[in-house]
Every structure is written in C-alpha cells, then in structure tokens.
Design a binder for this molecule. Structure first.
Ligand code: PLP
Length: 434
C-alpha cells in the first residue's frame, strides 16, 4: 500500500489556516486527503511522501506540454528580471495577439484575461451589450467557471433539474442569488429540437448560446455530427451569438481547438488552460464588431494581471512548441491517446468490466454502466460514479493519477513508453476490481 503520511499531516496543518485546506473546491476530491506534491516534471508528479504518479490530471488541463516544460520555463525565466505587471502595454502582448488571430478560427481580435471564469464573464457581457438582450442560454452539465452568472446547472442534481426537455436553471452553490436565474435559460445538449424550443419560449431575449464544444465537465461527450453547425445556424437565425467555451478543448483537441477540429466557427470563443501551458492566462477571441463594443460602447473589462509579462512569454513559447513540425505534436498526441483509449477498452473487456472509454484522445473519460450511448449530461450522470472512484483509487495505488470523475488529460510528455506503463498499471488495477 502506498503511504501518504506526510500529505495527511500537511493537510491537517493546512486546514487550520487555509479554508478547507485547499485553494479550489475541486481539490477536495482526492484520497486519502488532498495530496501534497513536491514537484512535477514531464508526465510525472512527485508527492511529498516520495510516491511517483504518472499524471493524467495535468492541473485539469493546462499542462499540455507536461509539467515544467523546458522551452516554456526558460522563456519565462528570461523575462523575470524585466518585471511582471506594468499596468500598461508591452510588445509581447502585441506579438501574442497577432499570432493568436492568425491561428484561431474566427479570432479577428482577442482580449486577454487571467482565468477562464473571468473570460466567460467578459464574453457574456460582450454578447449582452452587442445584442441588447439579457438572457444567456447554457447547456445542462456544461461548466463555465464558478461565477454567479455561470455556475448554474453545471452539475445539477436531477431531483431539482426539472424535465429533460425543459430543464430549470439550478444555482450550483449557496450564495448565488436567485435573481441571476432569471437571465439564464438551460437546455439539454446535443439536441437541436430542444434548443429551438428554448428559443421559441424566449423570443428575442437570448443574447448568446454558450457551450463546451466537446462536453467535458459533465461527462466527456463529443457532439453528434451536424450539431455544432446546427447550433451556429439557429443562433444566426435567432439573432443570438454563438459562444464556444474552449477553455478545455483549446490547444488540446487540436491546434485550432474544437472549432478547428469540427469545422465550425463561433462568434466568440474563450480559451484558457493549455494556451499558456500552465501559466495563468485566459482570453476571448472573436468577431471584430462584437469585440469592438469594448471600445464603441464602453463595455467594461479589466484585470490587474491581464497580459502580464510572464503569461505572455509562456504562451508565445508554448505556441512555438505546439506549432512545431506542421502539426506533428497533435498527430502524436492523437496516436498515443488513441492507443491509450483502445488499450483501456481492451483491458476492460479482458477483465469483463462494464467500462467504456469516451471522448477524444487528448481528453477522454471512463464510465461504468450507462446506456448504449452517452449523449448528454443526464445520460452520463446515470453511470456508476462509485465504480469510477474505485478504479481511480486502484490506479493511484499503481502510480497512475486520473481525475476522480474518470477523466484523462494527455500531454506531449506522455510518450509511448509511458502509455505502455500506464496500460500495464491499468491491467493490474482492473484485476483488483473484479
Ligand atoms: N470553462 C471551462 C470549460 C472550464 O473547464 C473551466 C475550468 O475548468 C472554466 C471555464 C473556468 O476556468 P478557470 O478555472 O480558469 O476559471
């Protein structure tokens, strides 16, 4: 049995002065306690008890190049003595904005922020200012940060969520005022008829439709063929903006995110996480006429750390890496992730476990049970969470770290040998589950 004595002692000590002992609620879900790590390098994390973990959590997405990627940390290190924040512009912002606009679908203009939560708030405000409408339509099970306006029906209990064809908005936390629910419309994802019906119920009132273009947070589900384009077309027909929250998918499911992969362009898109390979950076990019409301209509957007020197340097260096060899990075990521997904599915069959592997090679999820296809949050939610947790714990014992919901993030540092080691560990883990 792996021992976590130092993590346990540190957690007890930390809880006394750091609320809950963690800096983000999602970190509670770890066994036996929120673990303490000493360092990370490449695909591996080293905890304070000396345990080594092949890490498929990757900070919940940012570490697309693995932990402490040399080219990025060296580029950042070269800037440290130049200062961090100027409350003014600097040329690296210009360079990064130019490169991102040259690369990302539909990004005529970008604006930098520091976290995905804030960038979502900016996009929603822009949409409201541009359209003169107040309501935002979001999908059940999609997570767009923890703000009052967005943390709604992200993971609702089905007792409160109303019927599938007309879900009621559910505040995700105590402290979210009921008043914000008036401006949120919730629909089931992957269902164009449901979206159309929601538009009919709120004619001329919906400013924007926001979605994770691959649902990840509510259970990894890829949109059905034609769905993303159908949403875009419906938005156009109804005068609403289409916002893609690419915080997870951006720079992960492809260099040009989910929009590039599936050939659909949103009016606005939000990126964070992998864009700066572990440094804090988020952004909104999109149509010039919409983004121009920042200036034309005086739409407020601020942030002390926006465009800070180190995040800009990190993102430029990360882009240099991700763009190398004409897409070779993503071809490798795809090949290795496919091997991992297929290997896990084969092992599940060998051990006669009712496990399925679903998603895309660079971000996928394992589910136990459920119907023949998982198309949306409710179907994903019906799966057996305890079985996933048992698998996650068994993997941790074998030195493989996945998210407690069963999600696997891949990085370029997970080479072929690491994938094979992981599959061997999964084989041993599954043997304990039978
Ligand atoms: N949007 C999506 C799709 C996310 O997955 C997340 C975070 O996990 C966010 C927004 C919020 O980003 P942040 O945690 O940087 O505030």
């Amino acid at each position: 049995m792996r021992r976590y004595d130092k993590s346990i002692a540190l957690y007890e000590r930390t809880k006394r002065h750091l609320a809950g002992g963690v800096s983000s609620n999602v970190r509670y879900a770890s066994t036996p306690v929120p673990l303490f790590f000493a360092r990370g390098e490449g695909a591996r994390l080293y905890d304070v008890d000396g345990n080594v973990h092949i890490d498929y959590v990757l900070g919940n997405g940012p570490a697309i190049l693995g932990h402490a990627p040399r080219p990025v940390i060296e580029a950042v290190a070269r800037t440290l003595a130049d200062g961090q924040v100027y409350a003014a512009q600097h040329p690296r912002e210009t360079e990064l904005a130019e490169r991102l606009c040259g690369l990302l679908p539909g990004a005529e203009v970008v604006r930098f922020a520091t976290s995905g939560t804030e960038a979502v708030l900016m996009a929603m405000r822009l949409a409201r200012a541009f359209t003169g409408r107040d309501k935002i339509l979001k999908f059940e099970g999609h997570y767009h940060g923890w703000s009052d306006q967005a943390y709604i029906s992200a993971r609702p209990s089905l007792n409160e969520a109303g019927p599938a064809d007309e879900p009621v908005p559910v505040a995700g936390s105590p402290g979210i005022p009921a008043s914000v629910l008036q401006d949120v419309v919730v629909a089931g994802w992957n269902d164009l008829a449901a979206l159309e019906a929601a538009f009919e119920r709120h004619p001329g009132q919906i400013a924007a439709v926001i979605m994770e273009p691959v649902m990840v947070n509510g259970g990894a589900v890829v949109a059905e063929a034609g769905y993303l384009a159908g949403v875009r077309d419906l938005c156009r027909a109804k005068g609403a903006l289409f916002i893609c929250d690419e915080v997870i998918t951006g720079f992960r499911v492809g260099l040009r995110g989910a929009q590039g992969r599936f050939g659909v362009t949103a009016d606005l898109a939000i990126y964070a996480k992998a864009v700066a390979a572990g440094f804090p950076l988020a952004m909104v990019g999109g149509r010039r006429d919409v983004m121009d409301t920042l200036l034309d209509k005086g739409v407020m957007h601020g942030g002390t750390y926006n465009g800070n020197v180190q995040s800009m340097a990190a993102a430029i260096a990360a882009l240099d890496e991700l763009e190398r060899d004409d897409g070779a990075v993503y071809r490798d990521l795809e090949r290795r992730g496919t091997r991992l997904m297929q290997g896990l599915a084969a092992l599940a069959a060998k051990h006669r476990l009712p496990m399925r592997v679903q998603g895309l090679p660079a971000i996928f999820q394992v589910f136990f049970g459920g119907g023949p296809a998982l198309r949306n949050y409710r179907e994903a939610d019906a799966c057996d969470r305890d079985a996933v947790l048992a698998f996650q714990r068994a993997l941790q014992e074998e030195g493989v770290r996945i998210n407690p919901a069963g999600k696997w993030f891949l990085s370029t540092a997970h080479d072929d040998a690491i994938i094979e080691d992981t599959l061997a560990a999964a084989d041993r883990s599954m043997a304990t589950l039978r």
